[in-house]
Write a protein that binds this ligand. Structure first.
Ligand SMILES: [Zn+2]
Length: 264
């Protein structure tokens, strides 16, 4: 196991709500009112505990140049994300697969197998922006919420949040990791693509980076060798078509300070 490359954005945003029980918030990423019982604090606590498991299981890159590149891209994008109630962390994992994933609490992981094949910062940014879209739309939190048993939900809602979240994450690291790799719905993928384009635009990246990333994945997808990122992110031809439409519309949607939320 190499040294852990622990990346944390220099700007740490204070947690803005510590909520026990179910709460309803307006989510600017989705433009909707959403009911949540996993508080931000709980999400972050779960992400931290999952990260401890991942540190044991994976080798994190110690290549300073690559790690800094990912961190810089991640921080530039997270600064314009709709979700600012937690800090973001970006890790480069030494693994051959073409993959990237996100755990609760703003922890984003990109594999070197994908990172090294993406030729431009714009394409790397596209992958990260898509993952940040899942964070902002709370797809990850919702996936975890949906998997919890009534007993655990009860523990979270009626007991001390931090202690229960830690117990939950510690007891079910394997279950939680399986959940991380469980496919999102098609609707969630489209929404993450759409939000990804928004964040790429607002952060000043070339939006064609999203097409570059998709085309790389499409090219590498061969039968059983289908990249994991694609297996959990299906319908790529349809997604490319939609993203091309989003790119055309982005300046009018997000330009000149307009940040109108999109629905997929
Ligand atoms: Zn996705």
């Amino acid at each position: 196991m190499g040294l852990i490359s622990f990346l944390k954005c220099s700007v740490v945003v204070p947690l803005c709500f510590f909520v026990m029980g179910c709460t309803t918030i307006y989510n600017p990423a989705t433009g909707k009112q959403e009911s949540l019982f996993l508080s931000t604090e709980t999400e972050v606590s779960m992400g931290q505990d999952l990260n401890k498991s991942l540190v044991q299981e994976y080798t994190f890159s110690t290549n300073t140049k690559k790690v800094s590149r990912l961190k810089d891209i991640g921080c530039r994008l997270s600064a314009v994300s709709d979700r600012q109630d937690y800090g973001y962390h970006f890790y480069l994992v030494e693994k051959e697969d073409l993959n990237a994933f996100t755990t609760p609490g703003g922890f984003v992981y990109v594999y070197t197998g994908l990172f090294d094949k993406l030729k431009t910062d714009d394409a790397i940014a596209a992958v990260v922006a898509h993952e940040l879209g899942h964070c902002a739309a709370r797809h990850i939190a919702k996936k975890f919420q949906a998997s919890l048993t009534y007993n655990i939900i009860g523990a979270i809602v009626f007991s001390q949040v931090d202690a229960q979240a830690r117990a939950l994450a510690a007891q079910s690291a394997d279950v939680a990791m399986n959940l991380v790799f469980t496919a999102f719905s098609r609707k969630d993928e489209y929404q993450a693509d759409s939000l990804g384009i928004k964040y790429l635009f607002l952060a000043g990246y070339n939006l064609d980076g999203m097409i570059e990333a998709f085309e790389l994945l499409q090219k590498e997808a061969k039968g059983d060798q289908m990249p994991l990122w694609l297996r959990t992110h299906p319908y790529i031809e349809d997604r490319i078509k939609r993203v091309k439409d989003e790119i055309v519309l982005a300046p009018s949607r997000y330009g000149q300070g307009q940040t109108k939320s999109l629905t997929p």
